[in-house]
Write a protein that binds this ligand. Structure first.
Ligand SMILES: *Cc1c(COP(=O)(O)O)cnc(C)c1O
Length: 426
């Protein structure tokens, strides 16, 4: 038997409708090929990808170096489980810990798993190092966070869609407003049971909500003062997306990962996923120094696929590409151009309120209520005009192209976006 051959978008959509769970609401486009900043649908129409699989494909679709690393390793050794050593994981861990400047890395597969891992490490650290009484540890999180879809992670979401009827919820989380240092200070004050503060340096799913420039610095200082772990979820913002290797690097303009104290707010726990593999394979990781990571001992945490040879080979190649092709610098330069160009249009626009973001993680906010369908309608029109993007809310569209884009392509995209938005002006 052969897999049914798809010859029309309708056919593919109907199959998913009938045989797949309805847990997503995709834009009605059926893709069959990708290369660099472009994807093609089953009818051969070419699009710019302005979502990059939620910032997983920072290195561009089917990057030849990453694909080669993946296929070479896949035909050599794919999976051993961690019951045995393999000859790729150790070298990758050495490389990645030097790259991000941490003592140790714990490999997992998906982002949500890495967040779960960080939560477990944080709690264990609280009991064994900080001296919090058993079962009393609390982790501070932010309103409108997005950290994944597991039962524990959705327990501290405030998105009703993500939470409702999935309870009972995991206790031990305190929610505070994002980008509000006073709220953090109050939550930390007189509470010895706080183990950590889990935060996104920019809230991607919330609509690329970009905090004050000094927010991360102040977060870092407060966490240090109160002896709680600063846990940065850089699954979406990390690996060059925001114009620096990590969003916690702020506006540092170095070529790779330095530790310039004036800009860099070093997390105690760094959570990576998505572009850690260039979108080619599920790879995620938590990085930390020994005094924190060493609370995890054999048998206390794990994953059958975490740290498998393919994942290690792919992630190594994906990180090399980021450095070799100077993707952070490119994201910084093109991001500024993108916002400058859109701002020229927005000044005269009645329908678009603002553009915000850093590097090539940006969003526009539309002059409509949050429950409006305008953002969806705009994405449908953008699709017709050859550019794929997705709303994060009824009135917000995220723009996050692969970072391998060049200036000419970006200007082409700016033209498409402005031309399309103009048709919605009243
Ligand atoms: C995508 C994302 C996750 C979850 O990653 P999955 O691989 O989908 O489990 C967690 N945190 C942030 C900030 C993300 O963007």
């Amino acid at each position: 038997m052969r897999l049914e051959k798809i010859t029309s978008p309708d056919q593919a959509i109907k199959l998913e409708e009938k045989h797949g769970a309805h847990n997503y609401h995709p834009l009605p486009v059926v893709l069959k090929r990708g290369e660099g900043v472009h994807v093609w649908d089953v009818e051969g129409k070419k699009y710019y990808d302005f979502l990059s699989a939620y910032s997983a494909v920072n290195q561009g679709h089917c990057h030849p170096k990453i694909v080669k690393a993946m296929t070479d390793q896949a035909s050599t050794l794919a999976l051993t489980s961690r019951a045995f050593y393999n000859d790729v994981l150790g070298p990758f861990e050495k490389y990645a810990t030097e790259y991000f400047k941490y003592d140790k890395l714990l490999p997992m597969n998906t982002g949500a798993e890495a967040v779960e891992t960080a939560i477990k490490i944080t709690r264990k650290w609280a009991y064994e190092k900080k001296g919090v009484a058993e079962h009393e540890a609390q982790i501070i999180v932010c309103e409108n966070n997005f950290h994944g879809r597991t039962t524990t992670v959705i327990s501290f979401s405030n998105d009703e869609n993500a939470r409702k009827n999935f309870g009972p919820y995991t206790p031990g989380f305190i929610k505070i407003p994002y980008d509000d240092i006073e709220a953090l200070e109050n939550a930390l004050k007189d509470n010895e049971n706080v183990a950590g503060f889990l935060v996104e340096p920019i809230q991607g799913e919330a609509g690329v909500y970009t905090p004050a420039d000094d927010y991360m610095k102040k977060v870092k200082a407060l966490c240090k003062k109160h002896n709680v772990l600063f846990i940065a979820d850089e699954i979406q913002t990390g690996i060059a997306r925001t114009g620096a290797l990590l969003a916690v690097c702020g506006n540092c303009t170095c070529e790779g990962h330095c530790e310039r104290q004036e800009t860099y707010s070093r997390p105690d726990l760094l959570i990576l996923g998505k572009a850690l593999s260039g979108g080619n394979y599920p790879v995620s990781a938590v990085l930390a120094d020994d005094e924190i990571m060493n609370v995890i001992k054999p048998g206390q945490h794990g994953s059958t696929f975490g740290g498998n040879p393919i994942a290690a080979a792919v992630a190594f190649a994906a990180l090399e590409v980021v450095k070799d092709e100077k993707l952070a610098q490119n994201a910084r330069k093109l991001g500024k151009l993108f916002r400058d160009e859109l701002n020229k249009y927005i000044e005269k626009s009645g329908i678009v309120k603002l553009v915000r973001g850093r590097g090539l993680l940006n969003a526009i906010v539309i002059n409509e209520p949050e429950e409006s369908t305008t953002a969806w309608d705009m994405c449908m029109a953008l699709k017709e005009n050859g550019l794929l993007a997705k709303p994060t809310h009824g009135n917000i569209i995220r723009f996050a192209p692969p970072l391998v884009m060049n200036e000419e392509e970006l200007m082409d995209c700016v033209q498409i976006i402005i031309k399309t938005l103009k048709t919605f002006e009243k």
